[in-house]
Design a protein around this ligand. Structure first.
Ligand SMILES: NC(=O)c1ccc[n+]([C@@H]2O[C@H](COP(=O)([O-])OP(=O)(O)OC[C@H]3O[C@@H](n4cnc5c(N)ncnc54)[C@H](OP(=O)(O)O)[C@@H]3O)[C@@H](O)[C@H]2O)c1
Length: 332
């Protein structure tokens, strides 16, 4: 059984309070207070567990320009992120019951460009971003990229050294319905072409620049991948998880279709007929996993869910912002 972890005092379960009443699994859910930064704080939660899903991560995407930014990022973002993951893995090794840990990695650890800058036709688990390149280019979201890349690397090193069975899921942008009371970052990223969100559109654009398209996966599918890999006897290493990937221009058209009031003729972006690299889930599919949701399901469910929240964008105003961002930063 996997405990649901919470790092705030149980007495102020603010974030969980609106969905806990919907939980029908009775005593199968236990809540623990834990913080990745506190060594040992996960001991109690993982004790007696067969498997642990390591999903939590700091979602810091950018950092203000400052003197000696490298050492600031290293000591304030990367080192704590690595230490946090290792703290959890140490808890897992202390209890003898844990048979496998499934870690949530990210498409930010992947590039579709080779070292000469040419597109790779089929992008798989081997196409890792070079750490030096991230430090040197500092594209939008670079802090998050480094954090995910180096955390995953450290996790596998630790797992190999201590004989811990670790599997990671390279997750593309997750969308669909959400349970949280605030709109998750990934939904804000996905909808940013129509909301013109100045914080999140550059991140979507950076993904597009690195991958040549946007990979998507429905929340139910990504959860099922985690469970599938936890249970599969032959699961090993890293697994790309991308249900569908589409050109930025196609994505924007689909988003705009879901908001019929948008005037698409104003779109300046074009994919020039280029076929994007395939983001290949072959390794996952060869193990027997099948995705249930396609791009239209993902977009429809994301937008219908977001409509119910305060997030619903005012399309007319937002398109203005979006196009000015596009003009300055859209590249294919
Ligand atoms: N969503 C996507 O499109 C996407 C794509 C690729 C990879 N991923 C990966 O998927 C995972 C979940 O992402 P998400 O989109 O669901 O983000 P999220 O909603 O921000 O979830 C991150 C979670 O990590 C927890 N957390 C952060 N720091 C912690 C700490 N020190 N100790 C304990 N818990 C901590 C947060 O708790 P609080 O709420 O209490 O801060 C939050 O519940 C992350 O590893 C992310 O890198 C997500």
């Amino acid at each position: 059984m996997n405990p649901f972890l919470w790092r705030e005092p149980l007495i102020i379960l603010g974030k969980a309070s609106h969905f806990l009443p919907k939980w029908k699994g009775e005593e199968r859910l236990k809540l623990f207070q834990a913080d990745l930064h506190d060594e040992g704080s996960f001991d109690e939660a993982v004790k007696g567990c067969d498997g642990v899903f390591h999903i939590a991560a700091s979602m810091e995407f950018s950092i203000r320009e400052q003197a000696d930014i490298e050492s600031y990022v290293q000591s304030n973002i990367i080192d704590p992120a690595i230490k946090g993951t290792l703290n959890l893995l140490k808890s897992c090794t202390r209890t003898k019951s844990v048979k496998r840990v499934v870690l949530t990695s990210s498409i930010s650890t992947i590039t579709a460009k080779d070292t000469n800058g040419n597109w790779i036709p089929v992008v798989d688990e081997s196409c890792q971003v070079q750490v030096d390149h991230v430090w040197n280019t500092r594209a939008s979201g670079w802090v998050y990229v480094l954090s995910k890349l180096l955390t995953e690397e450290a996790a596998f090193k630790f797992a190999n050294k201590h004989g811990l069975d670790l599997v990671s899921v390279i997750t593309t942008t997750v969308a669909g319905p959400f349970l949280t009371s605030t709109v998750p970052s990934s939904i804000r990223v996905l909808l940013s072409p129509i909301t013109g969100d100045p914080e999140f559109f550059p991140i979507l654009n950076a993904v597009n620049t690195r991958i040549g398209s946007i990979g998507l996966v429905h929340i139910d599918d990504i959860c099922n991948v985690h469970i599938f890999l936890m249970q599969h006897p032959r699961a090993q290493g890293r697994y790309m998880c991308c249900a569908v990937n589409c050109h930025m221009s196609k994505l924007v058209h689909l988003l705009a279709e879901a908001y019929p009031s948008v005037n698409m003729q104003r779109t300046t972006a074009s994919d020039n007929g280029n076929i994007p690299s395939e983001i290949s889930s072959k390794k996952l599919k060869d193990l027997g996993f099948e995705y249930k949701y396609g791009v239209l399901d993902i977009i429809d469910e994301t937008i219908s869910n977001s409509d119910g929240s305060k997030f619903k964008p005012s399309v007319a105003t937002c398109m203005e912002a979006s196009y000015s961002l596009w003009d300055s930063s859209f590249t294919l």
